[in-house]
Design a protein around this ligand. Structure first.
Ligand SMILES: NC(=O)c1ccc[n+]([C@@H]2O[C@H](COP(=O)([O-])OP(=O)(O)OC[C@H]3O[C@@H](n4cnc5c(N)ncnc54)[C@H](OP(=O)(O)O)[C@@H]3O)[C@@H](O)[C@H]2O)c1
Length: 291
């Protein structure tokens, strides 16, 4: 397919590279153009402006947050302004349910199609083409984007005709991961202060009742206290809990645990955690314990 890719950060760089490897014609745009050099060397075309990445059958966005997506999607020469009628905007960033609704409407008004396709998996999974893709949108548009999903992920789950459902599910998933990080941090602080080896404890947990990737990945990071370089930066984690709470408020769903996580992220950021991985909230319990 002829596809544009906007946002070449930790995730986007690997996703765009896998589109190229699968034989798609990829035009890339990034606010900081230097980050496109490696992809251009692999055969991507460099777009000097957002609109130049919007000339194909589809454009994928993988940007930090709502503000970033809104700034490239709307306004003169933005995606809505530039995409041909019938073409698809595939939004893979973790954004709010409210922005997903606005984009669905704006693209429909412009005769374009909008598919939400947020992802599970960190930068290593993005580079390896092993993401899990949560897709929602008009069925024909989701089907048309399937070759792109196949190039970037190991499995695509099609959830709903309504794009915002995928965003809600993605946020709920990150809320669950953050809950695991916090609870692992507390459990590890407890046993470590009681004299138990953290690695040995984790080995026992993850080979018995907690044999899941999320416990292995984050347990390892917390046990080793290695939160740099960030694979998923703490401000983005904080953003996801904030967006989860916004969705919960709109639906009138109390989520007391999400409120607690919000404060954990604020504590981390208030103490200079901006450049740490989001799993660093799992290191707070040990500090609270004076360990
Ligand atoms: N990292 C993960 O493990 C992971 C996993 C699943 C989902 N996600 C989600 O995927 C998205 C991208 O995450 P990431 O880790 O790749 O983030 P990242 O490394 O921080 O990259 C962010 C990208 O957004 C661009 N950007 C930020 N603000 C912008 C603005 N105002 N205008 C235009 N471009 C802007 C950046 O451009 P510059 O290069 O110019 O700064 C960069 O291309 C986020 O929504 C995140 O929540 C991340």
């Amino acid at each position: 397919m002829n596809v544009g890719f906007i946002g070449l950060g930790r995730m986007g760089a690997g996703m765009a590279a896998n589109l190229l490897k699968a034989g798609h014609h990829v035009t890339v745009y990034n606010r900081t153009p230097e980050k496109a050099a490696a992809l251009v060397a692999q055969g991507a075309k460099l777009a000097a402006r957002v609109s130049d990445a919007c000339r194909g059958e589809a454009v994928i966005t993988m940007l930090a947050n709502d503000d970033a997506v809104e700034s490239v999607a709307s306004g003169k020469d933005g995606i809505v302004d530039s995409l041909p009628a019938g073409a698809i905007h595939v939004s893979s960033s973790t954004i709010s349910v409210a922005l997903s609704e606005r984009l669905t409407e704006a693209h429909a008004k412009a005769g374009q199609r909008f598919v939400s396709a947020p992802v599970f998996g960190r930068h290593d999974a993005a580079a390896a083409g092993k993401l899990f893709i949560i897709a929602a949108g008009e069925p024909a548009a989701v089907a048309a984007a399937a070759p792109l999903f196949d190039a970037m992920g190991q499995k695509t789950f099609v959830l709903s005709d309504s794009p915002k459902a995928a965003n809600l599910v993605k946020l709920s998933g990150n809320f669950l991961i953050a809950s695991v990080i916090e609870s692992l941090g507390e459990a590890l602080a407890l046993v470590a202060k009681g004299g138990v080896d953290r690695r040995q404890y984790l080995e026992m947990l993850t080979s018995t009742l907690f044999n899941a990737p999320v416990y292995k990945t984050y347990g390892g990071l917390i046990a080793d206290g290695v939160f740099e370089p960030a694979g998923f930066a703490a401000p983005l984690g904080q953003k996801d809990i904030r967006l989860t709470l916004a969705a919960a408020e709109a639906l009138r769903v109390p989520m007391p645990l999400a409120s607690l996580l919000r404060d954990r992220f604020l504590t981390l950021l208030a103490h200079g955690g901006d450049n740490l991985d989001w799993s660093a909230i799992g290191g707070l319990a040990a500090k609270d314990a004076g360990a």
